[in-house]
Design a binder for this molecule. Structure first.
Ligand code: ATP
Ligand code: MG
Length: 194
């Protein structure tokens, strides 16, 4: 497809007119789901975008345990509140009850963030699995999303987001894996994968 300035201008006009028609301004709920790579990085990318505007951000990481990750290191340096569920990789864990307890502790923290109107953005990384595994009630999550401060946005990441969660969200992006380095035998890499 070749570059056509006339077509670009027409496209810009359409987009501008759609933007003009958007009147409502409030915090939004975004879900980044699907099997492809990029969900957590999209969540943290948005967190850093908000921080770049001096907004207040809070993060809860469900699942990841105490494994090192670069995004958390940086947020800690910036004094951004970040709670990480402390069970290690859940799919390695034998102890379902302690996983559930850790999930509920993380959810307590998330609820406190979701009720605090000083936050502009709350990132709930890998929350979708908590619903899938029955660790946190879907109804409770919906209740806290609905009751959140009007100006607060929330990003939820993780595979297989529940359809009711997606129905409630304002924006839902599905990341589709076209290919992944792992399939070519490439090892996960610091700075790229964690
Ligand atoms: P990232 O944290 O890189 O944004 P993600 O949040 O989309 O990835 P998760 O499902 O949370 O992906 O999985 C985390 C880890 O699994 C990452 O190291 C990522 O590179 C890897 N991964 C993600 N998608 C795939 C895939 N389709 N095949 C193999 N590995 C994957
Ligand atoms: Mg992820």
């Amino acid at each position: 497809m070749s570059y056509n300035p006339k077509k670009q201008a027409e496209h810009k006009e359409r987009v501008d007119s759609a933007i003009e028609q958007a009147q409502e301004e409030r915090g939004q709920v975004l879900i980044v789901t699907g099997n492809g790579k990029g969900k957590t990085t999209a969540g943290f990318g948005t967190a850093f975008r908000a921080l770049g505007h001096d907004q207040k951000v809070a993060v809860v990481q469900f699942v990841k345990g105490n494994l090192e990750c670069g995004e958390r290191n940086l947020l800690e340096q910036l004094n951004v509140p970040i709670h990480t569920m402390n069970t290690g990789f859940s799919w390695n864990s034998e102890d379902k009850e302690s996983d559930k307890q850790a999930a509920q502790m993380a959810w307590q923290q998330a609820k406190a963030f979701l009720s605090d109107d000083s936050f502009d953005l709350v990132l709930l990384d890998e929350l979708t699995y908590m619903v899938t595994w029955g660790f946190i009630e879907l109804e409770d999550i919906l209740k806290y999303l609905q009751a959140r401060p009007t100006e607060m946005s929330v990003i939820i990441t993780g595979r297989a987001a529940h359809r009711e969660l997606k129905a409630y969200a304002d924006t839902v992006s599905e990341v589709r894996p076209e290919k992944h380095a792992f399939q070519q035998g490439l090892k996960a890499r610091i700075g790229l994968d964690w």
